[in-house]
Design a protein around this ligand. Structure first.
Ligand SMILES: NC(=O)c1ccc[n+]([C@@H]2O[C@H](COP(=O)([O-])OP(=O)(O)OC[C@H]3O[C@@H](n4cnc5c(N)ncnc54)[C@H](O)[C@@H]3O)[C@@H](O)[C@H]2O)c1
Length: 256
């Protein structure tokens, strides 16, 4: 099916590369006009040019940048229908070594950035009586975790709480608020921040037998951003190839 987002304007934050780039690409394929917001200027511009959209340099942990990103959509395309806050950082550090500054940084981008993006998009969506907000959470924090993910887990569990509160508060304005909990998705960020051993062990833990792709997440974002999801709000969808299903480590059926 094509044209599911025809006539819609989408702001995708953290879309220069990885999952966010996949989401922006999928939205553009379905007819949306896209605004790419990211700290990475060169890569962000290239993605925007490829998708015939606009780019705006954005550090989503900053209130003024969040407002400027929304304004770019309004100035460039005259409206904002869909907000995706996907920017996230995931340094690997054991809790005993996390500095207060590192804690603040992870929470500022992942969690405060989610609040700031919603806060910036709200006035326009409220006035129009329409909006779709989609936030990238994670299975890490809300469902499971592993050592080295203390701050990250807290930030992603916080996003799920915020989704519920925002969905309730915005329900009278025609705005839905939902999230996606990706499992392990092979992106350049993942390859940069995680060891090859970690990535292999994650792959072995996925019942469907492979790591996820940005497109796997983008297809879910497309659904949540579309009119087909009009009656869904305040929830998250797990997209993890079954990774969070097993009760124990040995989940494959043993051959007899
Ligand atoms: N890759 C995975 O396995 C996985 C799993 C679960 C959740 N997630 C989440 O998905 C999202 C994207 O992950 P990814 O693997 O594609 O990461 P990535 O590092 O490949 O891409 C993240 C993008 O966000 C941008 N970004 C970082 N900080 C920003 C900021 N302050 N303001 C604006 N943009 C910023 C980066 O420049 C980059 O373009 C993150 O929120 C991450 O926590 C990823």
């Amino acid at each position: 099916m094509t044209g599911r987002l025809e006539g819609k304007v989408a702001l995708v934050i953290g879309a220069a590369r990885g999952i966010g780039e996949g989401i922006a690409e999928r939205f553009a394929e379905e007819g949306a006009q896209v605004v790419i917001a990211d700290t990475q200027v060169e890569a962000g511009r290239a993605t925007a040019a490829r998708l015939k959209g606009h780019f705006v340099e954005t550090d989503i942990s900053r209130h003024d940048h969040a407002q400027r990103a929304v304004q770019t959509a309004l100035d460039g395309f005259g409206a904002l229908d869909i907000l995706v806050q996907n920017a996230g950082i995931y340094p690997w550090t054991l809790i005993e070594n996390i500095s207060p500054d590192e804690w603040d940084k992870v929470l500022a981008v992942n969690l405060k950035g989610t609040f700031l993006s919603a806060r910036a998009a709200l006035p326009h969506m409220k006035t129009r009586g329409y909006g779709r907000m989609v936030f990238t959470s994670s299975i890490t924090g809300p469902k499971v975790t592993s050592p080295g993910h203390g701050h990250y887990s807290a930030s992603k569990a916080g996003i799920n709480g915020f989704i519920k509160a925002a969905a309730l508060e915005f329900s009278g304005y025609g705005i839905t608020v939902n999230g996606i909990e990706p499992g392990n998705i092979l992106t350049s960020g993942m390859q940069q921040h995680r060891s090859a051993e970690f990535i292999q062990s994650m792959e072995a833990a996925v019942p469907l037998g492979r790591l996820g792709t940005p497109r796997d997440i983008a297809n879910c974002a497309l659904f949540l951003a579309s009119d087909e999801a009009a009656y869904i709000t305040g929830t998250t969808i797990v997209v993890d190839g079954g990774q969070t299903l097993p009760e124990g480590a040995d989940f494959r059926i043993a051959p007899r």
